[in-house]
Design a protein around this ligand. Sequence first.
Ligand code: FPP
Length: 244
Amino acid sequence: MSVTSNVPRHVAIVMDGNGRWAKKRFMPRFFGHKQGVDALVRTVQACADRGVEYLTVFAFSTENWKRPTEEVSGLMGLVLVAVSKYLRKLAGEGVRIRIVGDRSAVSDKVRQAWEQVEATTADNKRITLIVAFNYGGRWDIVQACQRAISDGVPADQLDEQRLGRYMTMGFAPDPDLFIRTGGEVRISNFLLWQVAYSEFHFSDCLWPDFGEAELDAAIAAFAERDRRFGGVKTAPAETLAAGH
Ligand code: FPP
């Protein structure tokens, strides 16, 4: 099957480069994360304007706990500001917000903020913003298996479709386009299961500088890709007749 679509239905982003962006300006790393929230708000609006239906962003990984304590607590505090100020604004603009990740390790305050923002935006239809927080791709696969086992799903009835429904993003289609900013070329334990057939776009742009131009460049590169999902390309009849 060959599918051509100019606009990806689901975009996933690793928002990397906040620390370096701040360092270049002789500012603390936290300043870069704060600017990163602005870039996120811009990007949600730009994606919605272009017809993207789902945007998933990596806001905090299961490995980010290894960062200095003050950076971790700064990021936790930023979540609360992001929810009360920025995400609430997006909520008013028709954005549905979902959080995926292990909530057991975050504070009650953060957990309650997530629950509130999810509940108040549940019926919004313009675009779904999925914030991956305390998320890891391996954690997701393990929790899906654990839940399937505790539901008593027999081993011989557990196939890809069924396990896929136990993944935390079982409610969304798989990402069509995976973007990573910040110049690194790796997945870093983001959506391992879901990116099986995603197209990848790596950019040197540091996340706080990300905006419409960068998004359009990524979407334009995506539109050039020939997605075959493991199949073969079917040539148009006239090309075959001409013997190409
Ligand atoms: C990676 O940059 C970025 C993060 C680990 C955090 C991303 C978080 C945000 C953009 C804000 C949080 C948003 C919400 C909604 C809670 P880095 O620090 O690894 O940068 P570096 O590679 O330059 O050091």
